[in-house]
Structures are given as structure tokens and as C-alpha cells.
Design a protein around this ligand. Sequence first.
Ligand code: AMP
Ligand code: MG
Length: 468
Amino acid sequence: MTLAIPFDNSYARLPAALFTRQDPVPVPEPRLLAWNEALAEELGITGTPDAAIFAGNALPDGATPLAQAYAGHQFGGFSPSLGDGRALLLGEVIDRQGQRRDIQLKGSGRTPYSRGGDGRAWLGPVLREYVVSEAMHAMGIPTTRALAAVLTGEEIYRETALPGAVLTRVAASHLRVGHFEYFAARDDRASLQALYDHAVERHDPGAQDPLAFLQGVITRQSALVARWLGVGFIHGVMNTDNTTISGETIDYGPCAFMDNYHPTTVYSSIDRHGRYAYDNQVQVLPWNMAKLASALLLLMPDPDAAIQPFTEAVHAMPALIEAQRQKVFAAKIGITTPRDGDAALIDDLLALMQAGGSDFTNTFRALPTNDAKDHLADREAFLDWTARWHDRLAEEPDPAALMTRSNPAVIPRNHRIEQMITAAVAGDMAPFERLMSALARPYAEPADPDLTKPPAQDEVVTATFCGT
Ligand code: AMP
Ligand code: MG
């Protein structure tokens, strides 16, 4: 049966300054590598997946492919013109829950926003994003999704020749903080207003004004970053063009999950000063929201008068994020609702883990069992901590069950991702399939216990690269 996507495109009707219509650039030999049947069903897509469509060689009925314009602060510096340089929004669908969702090709060729780039992606980052975004979703963390991955049959060049690929990404929207910055930097209030109206309709239908909208984004993003911390996730490039309005995680470039707990962990090879280190993510987010606030001020009838409430919304963020973080980590140690004293309990455990170089995921996962002590170097200190903790847990209804559903057994560890990519480049998709099936149920013990193990010395990945 021919593939049918029930498009209902709204972005393509927005003012022309917001995007450029652009068709994908065909590739020599599309071959479907991965297809997300469950997601296709959720989106109301019917028929047989067609590699030609997900490579950009054929356009499905109803698609209006376009590249979006956006700007962004990258590592603190402003780039007024970024935009989709290698991605195209095919269109939107209303999913089975009534939610509008974007369907985007990533790696589909050059666009007017490509600057010096080739508009392409290679297989490694495409599969990394596929696996990690689907793992995030299975853990219950808001994220863009992966619908399909295709090989293009084309060689592309990074440091060396690599197999080209296209990812089909699904998102509540692809709107980024950088979309707002783009029009604010140009003082184009009409386009900014149209963008704002579109964003409000999609993400904050109840918002009465730009301040309420800002608060909605702040709430979603604060909850998101707290969830990242809870699974040891380091995004790696929290630029404002990689920070969504929807509150979904987007752009799995040099991202990684920590093995050993250390709060200043950085993996990204381009993040030389640790701007986007694990613990710095809580500081970067308010910085990014300040950029959104500045852009939204232009929509206010009296921007000067609005500065104070907008500033207050941003200044309230550290406390908001910390409260979210405490809630996430309280659940990880079996506490339903944190109260006074619980923050110290959490931070004392983290300090012991840091001192002992404990594996983040496995230590939390072992807490309800007798094996937890094996993960902490200072056993005596851990036993003292355990005594305090058990006193506190006496008041909790079912801490073991709460911990089991708050602490994943299996995460997409860097060394497994790298091994999966190496195998896929050599034509072996078995490690990809093996990872996908374990990561689909992260809170269950995987059939293959190897996937829960930290890397052996020679498997440790010390840096992730942006050469995507
Ligand atoms: P990213 O690092 O993927 O978040 O991308 C940042 C910006 O660079 C976005 O505007 C991308 O569209 C653009 N970009 C990244 N890689 C390429 C590429 N290979 N070709 C063209 N544009 C690219
Ligand atoms: Mg990006």
C-alpha cells in the first residue's frame, strides 16, 4: 500500500519572511535502515514505508517542504542568520491525540540557510539521534522523536568519506528560542507577531500575553533540564537555536550520558570551557530564557515598563529549577514529595558518589537492593547515610516501586552508541536493533545485562564530536 501522511500544514501559510520553500535534493540510492512503526501509527501514517520519501527523492502528497529561518546564540555569541541549513519541514500532521506535530527531514540537502555546509548528515549522528531520542522518550522525558533513518548511497566528507543518511524527525514543533531572536534582531515586529501567534496556538493556547507565554516556556524548559539531570544527560550544545519553545529535547549532537558521576562532566569536543557541562545546564537555561525574554519584549506595547516583570520571571528560574531537580532526585531515592532536609540527603549521596567515582545510573538503580554499597568507595560513610535515609523512607508508602520507576536500568551509554555506529557503518545493524529493544523498556532489567555495564577501560569514550 502506498504510504500516506495526513498533512495539515500551518507553518507554510505564515508570512514569507519566516521560511523559504525548498525541495529536498535527491540522493543516488535510498535504503531504509530503521522505521518506527508505533510512531507512524500515532501520527496516522498508513501504508508501506518508502525509502524514496524519507530520503527526499519523492514528495508525499500534501507535503510543502520548507526551510525555517532562525538565529541563535552559539556558545554565547550571536549568529543573526542560522536557519535550517540541512533540514526541511515536510509538513505537519494532527496526531491521534489531536496534537499538531512536525515531520522534518534532516540531512536532505542544501537550503538557502546552508552557508558553507553540504546540507547533509552522515550515518553516525543520524543513528545516534535515532537511538538517544527514542530512549529519552521511553524514559518519559520530553523529546523530538525519530520516525525513519535511510542511507542515501552517497559519500559525504567530514574528516574522511562517510556514508550519508537522512533522519526523519518528529516534533511538537521545531520552534526554537532562535526563531524569536531572528526577527527581534531585525526589528521585524510583524513577523515576530505572526511567529508568536503561531507558537501560542501550538504550545500555550491559554497564554494571555507574551509574559505568560515566556512563563510557559520557562516552566517546560525548567522541568526538562531537571529531568536531564536525573538521568545524567549532558546535552552538549545548549545554544539558543537548540532550545525549544515546546520544552522538548532537540538536537542530539555531541550529547552524552555520564557513566561516573561528576558534576562538571563535559564530553563535547568543542565545549572547551565547559559552558554546557552537566551542572552548568541549570545556569545556561536562565541565560537562554533571558534571550527569549528580550525578543518577546518587542511585542509589548510599552517594552520599558515590561522589563521588570520579564526580568523577574527569569530571575525566578534558579529556585524553580532547583525545586524541580529536588523533586526528580527525591523520587530517585524513593521520596514522593521532597520537604526540608531532603535536599541535604540527596546532595550528601551525590557527594559520596562523586568522591567514589560511582556509576551514576547503576548506583541509583541498586539503591533498593543490598548491592548499593558495592557502588560506593566509602562504605562507612554510605552506611551512615543509609541510616538517615531509611529513617526518612519509613514514612513513604512504597519507596522501592518509586525508585524502580525513577531509575532506569539501561541508558544509551556512549561506548554502546559508538560500537553501534561502527557496526552500522560496516553494514551490521544488529547492535542498533539490540540497543533499541533494550532502551524501549529502560526501567525493566534488560534481557542482555551487558547493556547495563559501564565501559571497560578500553571502551571509555572521552569526547563526542560535533562533526555531524
Ligand atoms: P547544529 O550544530 O546541528 O545545531 O546546527 C547549527 C546550524 O548549522 C544550523 O543552522 C544548521 O542548519 C547548520 N548546519 C549544521 N550542519 C550543516 C551542514 N552539514 N550543512 C549545512 N548546514 C549545516
Ligand atoms: Mg541545531
